[in-house]
Design a protein around this ligand. Structure first.
Ligand SMILES: C[S@@+](CC[C@H](N)C(=O)[O-])C[C@H]1O[C@@H](n2cnc3c(N)ncnc32)[C@H](O)[C@@H]1O
Length: 212
């Protein structure tokens, strides 16, 4: 997803350091202090415009949430949502998910969400997929002993690739859904922007939950 430049996004981020972290390495091991509580921390990598992470933070005030996103414009759009809500249990990070191990201490995170991650379909792009083994290595490092990953996508190729990649890594599956919206879990499901767009087109939504 490439978003058109929004000149207001960068200044808005710079004006709101209480909500957006641009140098997450400085908070490694200090995220609970930042939230001023010891509640579990859940991270969405590639949050896009932030609908999912904002809704999750609203729905579960007893949990902390971090939305991480590479694109400044997308972070700016998510920040606008957060500025309307001012949720104390939500922080945003503008950075690349490939540096996760530098942003979080071992075991600092309770869960990771990967929602509608870019599929990078060409073979030479495999290493960019958020379920490639180098990403899994970092997830394993930062997740606590009960930590888990939840992954949703409309892309069957990426879903199948991710099942194989996680299985080869020795991960255990807690649930696999081939049509999430037709399952009982749909009731508690919080939709992302992409999820709404693709499900409206009639595409099934795939989901998996797994742990190391
Ligand atoms: C297809 S969009 C999905 C956005 C949102 N999760 C949703 O479901 O509506 C994928 C997002 O992941 C972001 N992204 C891709 N690779 C990333 C990485 N390595 N680190 C952080 N964000 C990444 C992209 O910039 C894009 O905003």
């Amino acid at each position: 997803m490439r978003l058109r430049n929004k000149p207001w996004a960068k200044p808005l981020i710079e004006e709101n350091p209480d909500f957006v972290v641009t140098e997450p390495t400085k908070l490694k091991g200090k995220w609970h202090t930042r939230f001023q509580n010891n509640n579990p921390i859940f991270v969405e990598i590639g949050m896009g415009k932030g609908r999912f992470i904002v809704e999750m933070a609203k729905k579960n005030p007893e949990k902390n949430y971090i939305g991480l996103e590479l694109q400044t414009v997308a972070v700016g759009i998510a920040l606008k949502k957060q500025l309307e809500e001012k949720l104390p249990n939500l922080q945003l990070i503008c950075a690349n998910g490939s540096g996760l191990g530098e942003y979080f201490e071992k075991g600092e995170i309770a869960g990771i969400y990967l929602n509608f991650s870019d599929p990078w379909p060409k073979k030479r792009q495999t290493k960019r997929r958020l379920t490639y083994k180098t990403f899994l290595e970092q997830y394993k490092e930062v997740l606590d002993s009960n930590g888990h990953i939840e992954f949703k996508t409309d892309n069957q190729g990426l879903f199948e690739y991710s099942l194989v990649s996680m299985n080869n890594f020795g991960m255990k599956f807690d649930g696999v859904w081939l049509d999430l919206h037709s399952s009982p879990e749909a009731e508690d499901n919080v939709m992302t922007e992409y999820e709404e767009k693709f499900s409206k087109k009639g595409q099934p939504i795939f989901k998996l939950e797994a742990h190391f």
